[in-house]
Ligand binder design. Structure first.
Ligand SMILES: *Cc1c(COP(=O)(O)O)cnc(C)c1O
Length: 387
């Protein structure tokens, strides 16, 4: 396999071009411009008993990840990237790099499954965890314990209220206290926000969502600004815990990534239109979308996000939880399903899904806007909302 897309030799194209060609692959023997799927788990040594590429076994690394990782590192402006079997595996590789006695400060509104797992893990492993509403930047300072707080965990816009967190301000404060900042940028994608350029140390994605964009694989990504001790431990955790991405998933993810920019731009335009239309509906008490001027994070979103406000929004229904449940039953084009960032639009009654312990209002519906005609999506919502 010949990777013509050696990131060192590739000129500085714009991010759209980097994504569209995902490494500018060329097989020098056949002229093929699409990489083959390399499913091997083991790699033979040459006559001198040396490996022909860095990995001996695919849990440690495989050429199937190379184009994906170099493309993702470029899109985020990082030094290196690592792909994982899921977003949770990527997150855990960082959390498990901490030691007992270390502390994490996390935004209280992060992805709920991660927040609940992180809370249990921290308690069992002797890691201190402070959860706070970091959309109020003043909340961070008092929680930072220099020498102890090692990680500040952000997610913006944060699911499913779409609060905006000020990455530049929070990362600067964390750094001054000796802590690293990780941004879960699953919802913003590298199309709309570049956390490393704003001072974050690590970016995480559930690549299951926008990066792949087709609801047909689980994957996770970390991109790092520096390749020091923390990153080396993250890589050791990936190999040691075995949360590694399969070759077929890596190949599919590379294919999905090529259309990331047009998918995200289209989702932003449609979401903005749907958000505005829903504001005028009597059945809708509130529309939560950072692209609307009355959203509390709108001014920050305008500064921090480029080219759109994302494809995710939430509706709060005047008719409460009953009305929200009815909409999920009545939609004909939206799928009543969890997850986000795919070509199909999804609608979800989040409170029911989160279950016991959820602090979300019952009247909230989370919408992931896909690639369908916006007029069809609006008509579907209007039909489902009508009494
Ligand atoms: C889905 C999601 C995750 C978890 O990723 P998986 O790929 O499902 O493991 C983490 N963060 C956010 C914001 C997500 O939406």
């Amino acid at each position: 396999m010949t990777a013509a897309g050696d990131p060192e030799s590739w000129p500085e194209f714009s991010p759209e071009s980097i994504a569209a060609q995902a490494g500018h692959y060329l097989d020098r023997e056949s002229g093929a411009i699409v990489p083959p799927i390399q499913p091997a788990t083991t790699f033979a040594r040459d006559a001198g008993y040396c490996l022909r590429q860095p990995s001996s076994y695919s849990r440690y690394g495989t050429p199937a990840w190379d184009l994906l990782e170099s493309t993702l590192a470029r899109l985020e402006g990082g030094k290196a990237a690592a792909v994982f079997a899921s977003g949770m595996a990527a997150a855990m590789a960082v959390i498990a790099a901490l030691r007992p006695g270390d502390r994490i400060v996390a935004h209280s509104g992060i992805y709920w499954a991660l927040r609940s797992f992180m809370t249990g893990f921290a308690a069992r492993w002797g890691i201190g965890l402070d959860l706070a509403d970091l959309s109020q930047p003043a909340a961070l300072g008092p929680l930072l314990q220099p020498g102890k707080t090692r990680l500040v965990w952000l997610e913006t816009p944060a699911n499913p209220l779409w609060e905006l967190l000020d990455i530049a301000a929070l990362a600067a404060e964390a750094r001054a206290a000796g802590a690293c900042t990780l941004v879960d940028s699953t919802v913003a994608t590298p199309v709309l926000t570049r956390p490393l350029a704003l001072g974050a140390d690590l970016v995480m994605h559930s690549a299951t969502k926008y990066l792949n964009g087709h609801s047909d694989l689980l994957a996770g990504v970390l991109v790092t600004a520096e390749t020091g001790d923390l990153w080396q431990q993250v890589l050791a955790n990936r190999a040691g815990y075995g949360g590694t991405l399969g070759s077929f998933e890596a190949w599919l993810l590379l294919r999905g990534l090529k259309t990331l920019f047009p998918r995200v731009h289209r989702a932003c335009l449609s979401a903005q239109q749907i958000a505005r239309t829903m504001q005028d509906r009597p059945e809708v008490a509130a529309v939560l979308y950072p692209g609307l001027p009355d959203h509390p994070g709108h001014a920050l979103a305008t500064r921090q996000m480029q080219g759109g406000f994302g494809g995710m929004l939430s509706l709060r229904l005047a008719g409460g939880g009953e009305a929200a449940a009815r909409v999920c039953r009545k939609v004909r084009l939206f799928h009543p399903a969890t997850s986000l960032g795919s070509v199909e639009s999804l609608i979800e009654h989040r409170r029911i899904v989160e279950g016991e312990g959820s602090t979300l209002p019952c009247d909230l519906l989370r919408l992931s806007i896909g690639m369908e005609a916006p007029a069809d999506l609006i008509a579907d919502l209007e039909h489902a909302l009508a009494p």
